[in-house]
Design a protein around this ligand. Structure first.
Ligand code: AHM
Ligand code: MG
Length: 338
């Protein structure tokens, strides 16, 4: 395995090369001779968290962690809900990494400030949705973890406001899909790379570099049960697409839906509804990281016609935003109807 780590950063990728996520991170780090390594350690914390969460996801029914907090597992032990377990894993792995100043999770009302004493040395903020689409677990469906890394804004007096940066400022973003295999998709702003967990070795193996999303594919992904409460433009788009023979695919977990679109093309939407007038998805934990991945792969991510998700100025850490994300041509077809 050491031969992989010795690979020069700019060497052309050979098709038979075996590169783990860990080796990939070290390769990327060599591009930045001034790097302290803090950023690489954060990515490695996310990788170990992903393996731990994947293992819990596989055992969810056996451990009886699907319902509400306070369930008992098959051994009669009290268990936490799986999203609480996933949240704890991420907080504990990231909490041990020197470079992390602030952690913000969809599960916690307030961001967690790590070691405020010498916070100046800690350069990064990590935001995550620990287990997106967790209701899918009850039926053995796919779920995911989404993460976003920002540089700490030293000018901000309050930790909370240090986090309120537009998605365009993200230094890295990614997701982990716990599906029929466990897939780790990462961008550090140099394209999108994909890794699959090899259960035999316990390592994420690189399976694709520079992933490009197809420009078009006649497929949309939206909760069509809400159709009558969407703004009129979305309803018109759906009629337009159906007249042209589009397919509909909806997993009910954004990570699974966006992953399919990243590989096969199409458009994922979560429009405003009467119940959720600003849409359901969270800007900082879901929309921004997915938008960075999709744009880095050559796709588009809008909150409204002409408005990039990555340019939305956040005012609240938990704010919601409408999402239209996917193949560039398919996103434009939706926008043209709004
Ligand atoms: P969650 O973070 O509470 O799991 O909610 C987010 C999920 C997304 O993964 C998915 O796209 C969406 O909610 C599905 O919502 P709906 O059931 O309204 O279609
Ligand atoms: Mg979520």
């Amino acid at each position: 395995m050491s031969a992989m780590i010795d690979t020069p950063a700019d060497a052309p990728a050979r098709s038979n090369e075996i590169v783990t996520l860990q080796a990939h991170i070290l390769q990327q780090q060599t591009r930045y001779p001034e790097a302290s390594g803090q950023f690489s350690w954060i990515l490695s914390a996310l990788a170990i968290s992903a393996k731990m969460i994947a293992s819990h996801v596989r055992r969810a029914r056996l451990d009886d962690v699907l319902g509400t907090v306070g369930n008992q597992n098959v051994q009669g032990e009290q268990q936490q809900k799986l999203d609480v377990i996933a949240n704890d894993i991420l907080l504990r792995t990231l909490g041990g990494r020197e470079g992390v100043a602030i952690v913000a999770s969809e599960e916690n009302e307030e961001p967690v400030i790590l070691r405020a004493d010498d916070a100046a040395e800690r350069k990064y903020c990590v935001l995550f949705d620990p287990l997106d689409g967790s209701s899918n677990l009850d039926v053995c469906g796919s779920v995911g973890t989404i993460f976003s890394i920002l540089r700490k804004d030293r000018r901000s007096p309050q930790p909370q406001s240090s986090l309120l940066q537009p998605g365009a400022e993200q230094v890295a973003a990614g997701y982990v899909l716990y599906g029929s295999s466990t897939v780790f998709v990462l961008t550090i702003g140099l394209g999108v790379d994909m890794f699959v967990l090899d259960p035999a070795y316990g390592a994420f193996m690189r399976v694709a570099q520079g992933v490009r999303i197809p420009k078009s594919n006649k497929c949309y992904s939206v909760n069509e049960g809400n159709r009558l409460s969407f703004p009129e433009g979305y309803q018109k788009y759906l009629s337009w697409a159906q007249e042209r023979g589009y397919s509909s695919r909806y997993a009910g977990a954004m990570v699974a839906d966006v992953h399919r679109i990243l590989l096969q093309g199409g458009v994922f939407m979560y429009p405003p509804t009467r119940k959720a007038p600003k849409g359901k998805l969270r800007l900082m934990y879901e929309a921004n990281p997915m938008a960075m991945i999709v744009e880095q792969a050559g796709g588009k991510a809008l909150s409204a016609p002409g408005e990039r998700i990555l340019e939305v100025r956040p005012t609240d850490i938990h704010q919601r935003v409408p999402v239209i994300i996917g193949s560039s041509e398919e996103v434009e077809h939706v926008a043209a109807h709004l």
